[in-house]
Design a binder for this molecule. Structure first.
Ligand code: CDP
Ligand code: MG
Length: 735
């Protein structure tokens, strides 16, 4: 019996290896004992765990004794050496000097504001200190919020490595649709939005002994709401500690808000940074940036480069251009290692930005705003700053939110420059003039809460039982016009009643970590008996915009493959459904994705998201049911969520939003771009050269009145009225 034979071999191997294992463990104990001044708990015990896990995993895989054992030993030695190096690095961080003072201050005060230069070790070290000091005893956890997903993931990975544990065990992270934690987790990095969600299930955050609101200076919408909520919690939970951590020195504002909480300063190491401005404004900062990189690479001494761009598209353009330029320059040029970093970058590629460039090569990091304060990359000596970032802006009159490229603030520009002076003197090339800097840039960035659609936040607060929004403790209150608009929007969606109280629909909607409009479409799918289809589409919409790719040499093939999902041509939503189902039928095959020019990563994510939405459906007690291809039902469910995003075609092929009369266009990537149905409902607007509707689906105008009678009247969809509206809007139409 071959099975028995294998088992026998495994068993005999095991005893041999057990002995060896013990020897290795003793060895690693010695390594650490001598290195560490004998202080236990400094990551030492945990390294020991990993060694055991590691050996066991190899044993279980049925490793062959001799040759692999040597490799194993070598590998283990390397791990031990790496650990030792990491522990040394930890002790070199500015925060390490203040460890005892900091712990004392935390013990003494319930709320503490911590301020320190980026890279001083706030995010990675403080949770570890608290863990070592016993704050995670009795099954309590430490929460540390980050405004960005990538930062939460990468910091958690780093800390897991420093502690010598597997990511997701003692150290984990939680971001929307991805929970990498377990029962063991004591240090939990999470996006600020996720902590906000946790209030729904645990209004007093009882499972946490410490809450760290990190990167507080970023003032994201979720962070600002958290401020109000955690401030309330510390009043009735004397056992909880609250740390507000920020990179800017302007911490008085936080202290004022948190009832004069003391400020703990971590003196940063910041070397001198030379700031160079362009003499004249740059017409094209992409070109200017590429030029600056190449020139710098040829003429300046060793040191890595960090370039700030506004988004993935720009980063990809610069990456392409740089690669081409380097090829053109041939072998005379020393090597340039290009490392992009942005929110949607696949996890496996994110680690690359932290790896040092090989001998003789120079690294250039192309980053979004994420590298401004959330992530510290060692070795940066040159910063190139075009002076722009993508910023959300909101027009409460139309209710439209858009992501626009806008100049950064003076505070941001200084943060960016500072990235070059962390390990030695640095240089910052600003691709704008000194006059621009002094006269055109605002001092500080406006908090997100003052430039956002608040429907989502209001829904969440209502779900937490916070009804009186006007008197909510905001650090900077939003415009009352925006609050009103949000209430109106939620009322129109049926989430609130006339008295502004949460309805059953609203309560169900609040369970979904999605925009209210999308949550509403899901809740409405119950009525239209097509919840299976609607969550599939919702998952596809949430998984990211990069569903298809279009290689330059195979554009026609790619377009044909994409068009194949538009059976019946009623719109992009149904095409997404067709695509997902076709993939599912192949048993979720990556090969099939490649053949159809579909990003299998996006599809996998969609599958994960769908699983979670399915679980949430159960939680809000909506029966999973399939409309068996009833496309009208599916479209009606979406209309129930997105009726505001209805638009009507004009003679010239442009569209006008039915209510706001804003001029919009079908995005060229839409399957509807050739069809141009007379009435459409769209998922979102993106503004590039024009206002484009992305994910567009055909609609019957009667549905608007049927589904949202409180929002649309017959006159809105009436032919006659349309003409009048056109006449009124003539001036704009001619623009
Ligand atoms: O939060 P703060 O900006 O004060 O510093 P930190 O993020 O804790 O970073 C401390 C050190 O950890 C820096 O030297 C980073 O280079 C390093 N680090 C890393 O190597 N990899 C990460 N994913 C995060 C931090
Ligand atoms: Mg940090």
């Amino acid at each position: 019996d071959p099975d028995a034979a294998r088992d026998g071999k495994k068993r005999s191997n095991f005893s041999e290896q057990e002995a060896w294992e013990e020897q290795q463990i003793r060895k690693s104990r010695l390594h650490f004992g001598s290195n560490d001044g004998g202080r236990a708990g400094d990551g030492y015990e945990l390294v020991f765990d990993t060694a055991v896990d590691f050996v066991k995993s190899v044993v279980q895989a049925g490793a062959d004794a001799d040759g692999e054992m040597d490799e194993l030993a070598e590998d283990l030695d390397m791990k031990v050496a790496l650990q030792r190096e990491l522990q040394d690095e930890r002790k070199n961080l500015p925060v390490y000097q203040l460890k005892d003072d900091l712990l004392k201050a935390i013990e003494e005060y319930q709320v503490l504001i911590i301020v320190g230069e980026t890279g001083s070790g706030k995010t990675t070290q403080i949770p570890q200190y608290l863990h070592e000091a016993g704050y995670t005893a009795k099954g309590k956890k430490i929460a540390c919020t980050q405004p960005r997903r990538v930062a939460a993931m990468s910091v958690a990975a780093r800390v897991a490595q420093e502690m010598g544990v597997k990511l997701g065990h003692e150290v984990g992270y939680s971001i929307r649709f991805e929970d990498c934690t377990s029962e063991k987790t004591v240090i939990k990095y999470m996006t600020d939005g996720m902590l906000l969600r946790e209030f729904l299930g645990e209004p007093d955050l009882a499972s946490y002994s410490v809450v760290i609101v990190d990167e507080a200076h970023e003032r994201t919408l979720s962070t600002d709401i958290l401020f109000g909520l955690v401030k309330d919690i510390v009043r009735f939970r004397p056992d909880v500690k609250l740390l507000i951590s920020s990179a800017t020195l302007n911490a008085e504002k936080f202290s004022d808000f948190f009832d004069e909480a003391p400020i703990f300063k971590i003196p940063g190491r910041r070397y001198k940074v030379d700031i160079l401005y362009t003499k004249a404004p740059e017409a094209n900062y992409i070109k200017a940036a590429v030029g600056t990189i190449l020139q710098l690479h040829l003429t300046e001494p060793a040191g890595d480069i960090l370039l700030f761009l506004t988004g993935q598209e720009e980063i990809e353009t610069v990456e392409e251009t740089l690669k081409e330029a380097m090829r053109g320059l041939g072998s005379k040029m020393p090597e340039l290692v290009i490392c992009p970093i942005y929110a949607n970058l696949p996890t496996e590629l994110q680690a690359k930005i932290f790896e040092p460039a090989p001998e003789g090569a120079r690294k250039v990091v192309l980053a979004t705003n994420i590298a401004e304060t959330s992530l510290t990359i060692d070795g940066i000596k040159y910063v190139i700053d075009p002076g722009f970032c993508k910023i959300k802006s909101y027009n409460p009159r139309t209710g439209m939110e858009s992501l626009l490229r806008a100049p950064i603030s003076k505070a941001s520009a200084d943060q960016r420059a500072g990235r070059s002076g962390r390990t030695g003197p640095g240089k910052c090339y600003r691709l704008f003039t000194e006059f621009n800097f002094r006269n055109d840039l605002d001092d500080d960035t406006v908090p997100e809460i003052q430039r956002s659609n608040l429907a989502n936040v209001v829904l969440r607060l209502k779900a937490l039982g916070i009804n009186d929004l006007v008197n909510f403790d905001f650090m900077d209150p939003p415009a009352s016009e925006s609050l009103l608009k949000a209430l109106e929007e939620l009322f129109a969606l049926g989430a609130l009643n006339r008295r502004g109280e949460l309805t059953k629909t609203g309560r169900r909607m609040a369970e979904f970590p999605l925009d209210p409009m999308l949550s509403k479409a899901i809740v409405a799918s119950e009525k239209y008996k097509c919840s299976e289809e609607v969550i599939t589409i919702a998952a596809m919409l949430s998984a990211g915009n990069a569903v298809f790719y279009r290689p330059k040499d195979k554009q026609v093939h790619a377009d044909t493959a994409k068009q194949a999902f538009h059976v019946g041509d009623v719109g992009d939503h149904v095409a997404l459904l067709n695509l997902y189902n076709a993939w599912k039928e192949t048993g979720y095959s990556p090969q099939w994705c490649r053949e159809n020019f579909v990003q299998s990563r996006t599809m996998k994510r969609a599958r994960d998201v769908r699983d979670q939405l399915e679980a949430l459906l159960e939680r809000v007690e909506i029966e999973p049911c399939s409309g068996a291809g009833d496309l009208i039902a599916i479209r009606k469910a979406f209309t129930a969520g997105y009726f505001r995003n209805a638009a009507r075609r004009q003679k010239d092929g442009s569209y006008r939003a039915v209510k706001s009369h804003q001029m919009v266009f079908v995005h060229p990537s839409s399957g509807m771009a050739q069809v141009l149905p007379p009435w459409v409902v769209y998922h979102e607007l993106v503004e590039t050269t024009k206002e484009y509707m992305r994910q567009v689906t055909e609609l019957k105008p009667e549905w608007l009145v049927e589904i949202a009678p409180h929002y649309y009247q017959h006159k809105d969809i009436d032919q006659h009225e349309t003409k009048k509206m056109m006449a009124k809007g003539k001036g704009r139409a001619a623009m």
